[in-house]
Ligand binder design. Structure first.
Ligand code: G6P
Length: 727
């Protein structure tokens, strides 16, 4: 049975040391809970950091930790104090965390942090490779391990890898600030499925991949080499039954009674978070302060219980925040409090489940106003706990949870007056309305629980894998490759029909920069030098460029997708009389669009005009290309002219002309006993369509094609041709 290997920075068990004794504490994080039923029914292993620095423990204790955790199917990746400093506090929590939460001013760009991030991701990779079998599912979690998918992929090219980001993925405008943005993206793209909490984060991720890596998506799917990579939204849920059943728990009941006794008839507002600057705790306190000033009738009638869970206490920004929060709490209590009434009850500690559940139950209002939050499960837990339907959630629109909890009172967490008004509205909301709103949210939360979330993600991962396998059915496998080589060796009349860009060379930012390198030139020269071979380069390029780059070869050339051809040393000929007077009408339109789209350019050939936009902003270029297509089609409706979309180009040319038509000239020339044709885009499909069944047609890259076989890359095709040349 396939094993699920979960990889996250922290293991679900945290190890601490007190007076030289090791303590093992189970954490009840959402992820651990979400996967628990899955973990019971499937084999699973968890890889992560046990939470303690190796410098603090002896070799023997390290062994002890490993052994004890292994009993629970957990594998430790140990970090030294220096790793913790540079990787965890550094790159994770001073670089990625602030930037991805829209705090660029808190973001530090330090090369030593980046070096540590790479090294720790590598250590995680080694741990995965040690236990992973080929058909296992590997599920990597969160921003601490963004390089891991690619690192694993390098070691195990066919592994099934999922990645889930638990924090926001920022807009391109922020992501682009990272000096290591390309490496991080290519790290993530090693996965088969990349999950986010909301569709906004998916959008931001896809826009960054388009702008930085240059890969466009189609309905969230990207083609990376020979793999389809999917990005999608999976809003993480909670263990609904646990929270909705909490009122029945004796321990919770006891705590609830204590709270009620202490607070009396006053209304309770709760605020529970890790003490983190993204949570908007300061702004929330300031709003509560103003609420009391603006609504003095609420004095002594309401208590704010503020729970701040200690977090990342070694990072300066967090130390600073603690001071600020504590200063504010004492100021508010000092200014508004009276004997017998303390407006803010402040707890700086971790609370166990019973404590939290009792607070949720006791509260009239939950104030959840992060400035940015990937999801925020507190909001969901609060709603789930309210079995009698009473209680009001005030939720920041900047939390991922806001897209699912539309019945909450939503606020802009930076707008203090909006928070003040929301508090008042919440305290005064009629019970029937509270119940109605909560019931709708509860229905939703009880359906998409954390278990559903985990299953949904893993099922989608398996579907992506299936799609990849369907595509790779056509892959030029080793046995087919051997057969091809064998037939080549036995034959004496061989025809090669080879496309140029994207097939023999990769794409360049500027098309004129994609000339043949020495290796390619030598390869084509040897191929064409064999008297048994006829080599035809069949390209969309203009004839002058082809002549300049490849004219010295003993090969034939076809230019402009078949409009021109040159049989070896012969002169260039037009395939049929063609008109090109339409160019004068179309050219000014293309030029107008070029002016309006920075980075784009017009290429003019004898019988076609091409609008290139590889170097333009992808979204703007897409929009403009659709407009341009419409404009040109309107003008050419009664001519024999068509508009074709290629790889970051729009080409206007005569409809009848195709690579297929030109290839026929060679196909009918004589009886070939070996034909190999290769191409990479839609113009090559016309070529594949006219080949006899016995021909080896190869599409470089993946996607639906008429070609019989696929190869991953230009590199692989060149390797194959090199092998033939040596025969
Ligand atoms: C967020 C992150 C998690 C992280 C948690 C606690 O929820 O997405 O990856 O584990 O905060 O932070 P810590 O720094 O204590 O691991």
């Amino acid at each position: 049975m396939a094993t699920l290997i979960i990889v996250s920075n922290r293991l679900p068990i945290n190890v601490t040391k007190r007076a030289n004794d090791l303590h093992f504490q189970r954490s009840v994080g959402g992820l651990a809970t979400g996967l628990s039923s899955f973990r019971d029914s499937h084999h699973s292993q968890w890889i992560g950091w046990p939470g303690i620095a190796t410098d603090k423990i002896s070799e023997h204790q390290k062994q002890q930790i490993s052994n004890k955790l292994k009993e629970q199917n957990c594998h430790s990746v140990f970090l030294s104090a220096k790793d913790i400093q540079n990787f965890y506090h550094g790159f994770c929590n001073k670089t990625i965390w602030p930037l991805f939460h829209y705090f660029p001013l808190y973001t530090m760009y330090e090369d030593r942090y980046w070096q540590a991030y790479k090294q720790v991701n590598k250590a995680f990779c080694d741990a995965v490779i040690k236990i992973a079998e080929p058909d296992d599912y590997i599920w990597v979690h969160d921003y601490q391990l963004m390089l891991l998918p690619e690192l694993i992929r390098r070691e195990q090219p066919n592994a099934q890898i999922g990645f889930f980001l638990h924090i926001p993925f920022p807009s391109f405008e922020l992501f682009r600030l990272l000096p290591w943005r390309t490496s991080l993206l290519s790290g993530l793209l090693g996965a088969d499925l990349i999950g986010f909490h909301t569709y906004d984060y998916v959008r931001h991720f896809l826009s960054s991949t388009a702008r930085i890596v240059g890969t466009e998506h189609s309905m969230g799917s990207l083609t990376i080499g020979n793999r389809i990579v999917k990005a999608d939204a999976f809003p993480m849920g909670i263990d609904y039954d646990r929270y909705s059943g909490a009122v029945e728990d004796q321990k919770v009941k006891k705590r609830l009674t204590t709270i009620r006794k202490k607070v009396g008839e006053r209304k309770i507002i709760i605020s529970i978070d890790r003490l983190d600057y993204t949570k908007g705790i300061v702004q929330r306190l300031e709003a509560f302060d103003l609420f009391l000033s603006q609504n003095p009738e609420y004095k002594e009638k309401v208590t704010l219980i503020l729970v701040a869970v200690p977090s990342r206490t070694d990072v300066e920004d967090y130390m600073e925040l603690r001071k600020q929060v504590e200063g504010l709490v004492s100021r508010i209590n000092g200014e508004h409090g009276v004997i017998g009434w303390v407006p803010v009850w402040y707890l700086y500690r971790f609370l166990p489940f019973e404590g939290i559940a009792a607070l949720y139950n006791a509260a009239d209002v939950a104030l959840v106003t992060p400035l940015r939050d990937g999801m925020n499960l507190i909001a969901k837990e609060f709603v789930a706990t309210k079995t009698d339907g009473k209680g009001v959630l005030i939720l920041s629109e900047m939390a991922g949870a806001a897209s699912e909890l539309g019945e909450a009172i939503t606020v802009n967490a930076h707008n203090k007056q909006a928070i003040i008004d929301a508090i008042k509205e919440a305290l005064e909301m009629p019970i029937e309305e509270q119940v109605e709103r909560n019931r709708l949210m509860q229905k939703r939360l009880s359906r998409y629980t954390v278990t559903r979330w985990a299953n949904d993600f893993l099922e989608t991962l398996s579907d992506v894998k299936k799609t990849q396998q369907q595509l790779s059915v056509h892959k030029l496998t080793k046995p087919i490759r051997e057969k091809l080589i064998n037939e080549y060796e036995k034959s004496s009349k061989r025809l090669f029909l080879l496309d140029y860009d994207g097939t023999l060379v990769g794409f360049a930012g500027r098309p004129e920069k994609a000339g043949p390198d020495e290796g390619l030139f030598a390869l084509l020269q040897s191929l064409a030098a064999d008297s048994k071979n006829e080599v035809v380069i069949i390209s969309g390029r203009d004839k002058a460029t082809l002549n300049h780059w490849l004219g010295n070869l003993n090969a034939s050339l076809i230019a402009e997708h078949g409009a021109w051809f040159k049989d070896r040393a012969d002169v260039w000929r037009v395939i049929e009389p063609l008109r090109n007077d339409w160019k004068d009408t179309i050219r000014p339109i293309l030029e107008l669009y070029t002016d309006r789209t920075p980075g784009s350019s017009v290429e003019e050939k004898d019988f076609s005009l091409v609008w290139h936009f590889r170097r333009s902003d992808p979204e703007l270029a897409y929009l403009r290309s659709q407009e341009l297509k419409d404009a040109v089609l309107n003008l050419t409706a009664n001519l024999d002219i068509g508009v074709f979309e290629g790889s970051k180009i729009l080409e206007v040319k005569n409809i009848g002309i195709s690579k297929g038509q030109a290839a026929e000239l060679w196909l009918t020339k004589q009886k070939w006993d070996f034909i190999l044709a290769a191409g990479d885009d839609y113009t090559d499909e016309d070529l594949f369509a006219v080949l006899p069944e016995s021909a080896y047609s190869i599409r470089v890259g993946y996607g639906i094609s008429k070609a019989r076989f696929n190869l991953d890359s230009v590199y692989e095709l060149r390797l194959l041709l090199e092998e033939l040349v040596k025969k």
